[in-house]
Design a protein around this ligand. Structure first.
Ligand SMILES: Nc1nc2c(ncn2[C@@H]2O[C@H](COP(=O)(O)OP(=O)(O)OP(=O)(O)O)[C@@H](O)[C@H]2O)c(=O)[nH]1
Ligand SMILES: [Mg+2]
Length: 280
């Protein structure tokens, strides 16, 4: 990573999130075609945070994206959270960085938008596309609010189905009720399977990028992201260190706490001091 890092910072990162089966992978595939049409190299990171069947699901994604399997300008990688120290929030930025250093002009990150870990993954993207479908989550207000917050661009995919127009109208109303920020997220309709609306989506992504660059927001966001990442990595190392080194010291502290000779807070202070982390 130390050797890679100087070669990073060039790729524009696009998060694509939404409910399971909303059409994210199909849309990503259509975006790849769009990007390759402009001659740029593109990488895809498909993140599957929780599925115990991720082997199968990820394989499915690869098969679905096989239209680009023989194109040397396209790189597709799947990633699961399990086994990663600190989970996806720490692993995703590093994976994105490798793709960036390898020369991808765009990195597309696909996640299922259902939980906190996906939202954290989205923090690693320069811009976020939220994919919904007609009549999405009728009544699931909380889920909607969460997605509304992170979306820079909204897509109602499967617009060939009933209720697409109403969903577009509903999303526009919700956006207009929210905070009025310099960037007003557009709401687009697509039929990913037919490629309909994908050109407009790509134009919206580029408009978003131009806005981020012109306003200086892109640099600011990346700075916030770096500071968050450094702090997260440091916190994770401390946690790991404490977990590994604390056991022998803990035993004695617990015994003293059981006897009410020391309270848990004071015991934690003593533990940190003994681990050489005094003042933490
Ligand atoms: N009718 C219709 N079907 C679509 C459209 N886009 C995708 N699909 C279908 O919806 C199904 C799910 O598409 P995916 O692209 O795998 O959806 P996904 O969001 O990546 O799914 P997960 O990664 O499993 O969460 C597939 O059978 C697609 O062919 C669309 O615009 N219209
Ligand atoms: Mg998918």
């Amino acid at each position: 990573m130390q050797e890679l890092f100087p070669h990073t910072g060039h790729a524009f990162t696009i998060g694509v999130t939404g409910a399971p089966g909303a059409g994210k992978s199909t849309l990503v595939q259509a975006l790849i075609t769009q990007i390759r049409g402009e001659g740029d190299r593109v990488a895809v990171l498909a993140v599957d945070p929780t599925s115990p069947f991720s082997g199968g699901a990820l394989l499915g994604d690869r098969v679905r994206m096989q239209g680009h399997a023989t194109d040397g300008g396209v790189f597709i990688r799947s990633m699961a959270a399990r086994g990663h120290l600190g989970g996806l929030a720490l692993a995703a930025p590093e994976a994105i960085r490798i793709l960036d250093a390898a020369g991808a002009a765009y990195v597309l990150v696909e996640t299922v938008g259902v939980g906190q870990s996906e939202i954290e993954v989205m923090h690693a993207a320069d811009t976020t596309v939220v994919v919904v479908t007609p009549r999405w989550g009728d009544g699931i207000q909380a889920g909607k609010a969460g997605l509304l917050e992170i979306g820079d661009i909204f897509v109602v995919n499967k617009a060939d189905r009933d209720g697409s127009r109403e969903t577009v109208r509903e999303l526009n109303q919700m956006i207009d009720l929210g905070a009025h920020l310099p960037w007003r997220p557009p709401v687009l309709e697509t039929v990913a399977t037919a490629g309909t609306g994908v050109g407009e989506l790509w134009a919206a992504v580029k408009a978003r990028r131009a806005h981020l660059e012109a306003s200086g927001e892109l640099g600011e966001r990346r700075r916030v992201r770096l500071s968050r990442e450094i702090a997260n990595l440091a916190a994770e190392r401390v946690r790991y260190h404490v977990g590994r080194e604390a056991a022998p010291i803990l035993d004695d502290l617990v015994t003293r706490a059981e006897r009410r000779e020391i309270d848990p807070g004071a015991a934690a202070t003593e533990l940190l001091a003994k681990l050489g982390l005094a003042g933490a």
